[in-house]
Design a binder for this molecule. Sequence first.
Ligand code: 5SP
Length: 217
Amino acid sequence: MPARHVAPSILSADFARLGAHVDEVIAAGAHIIHVDVMDGHFVPPITIGPIIVSALREHVGPDIDLDVHLMIERPEKHVADFASAGATGITIHAEATPHVLYALDAVREGGCRAGLAVCPATPLTVFEEVAVDQALCMTVNPGWGGQPFIPTSPDKIRRLRALVGPDVPLMVDGGVSVKTAAACVEAGADWLVAGSAVFGTDDPGEAFRAIVAAAAG
Ligand SMILES: O=C(CO)[C@@H](O)[C@H](O)COP(=O)(O)O
């Protein structure tokens, strides 16, 4: 089984003090920082690009995992830029391109782990066709932080775990908190992405530790 991680998502961080906010969760034990990239097309909001990934890499140094979640159309056009900027893993959406295999290969060519994500209403069948280095099950509709965890998600997480096998990190993303973490782990998730439940609090480090504890059961 891959090691279990809680990955704070900077989508809910204070971007005016991003470095300091990220430092707080790293000091609390976070090893993976989740970076949500949105293009205003695949999802309505526009967030950040490679320039911020590059600044984050400079800030956190080489040992922290910057896991980039591309919620953008035709991700294959941009993965090289995110890889050069310092991403460690890059996850694309199955719904965002007709060239999933090509896009995953482009991620690996950039030296990153290649991840594949699906939205809540997307069937998991694509995972029968491609090998991935990490899988992401959206547990809210992508685009915004702070949404409630979709209650049917554990069943989907279970089915995805069965498809990818025991050794592939399985991420869940959306509505993860002290209340939902244990159900995600019980269903087979090992990387829990948490945004508002960490950075939407007065003490992100303490909130991070609380989710780690909740995930441990
Ligand atoms: O990908 C996304 C949203 O599309 C996430 O990574 C959010 O950042 C999760 O936020 P919370 O649901 O944890 O507040």
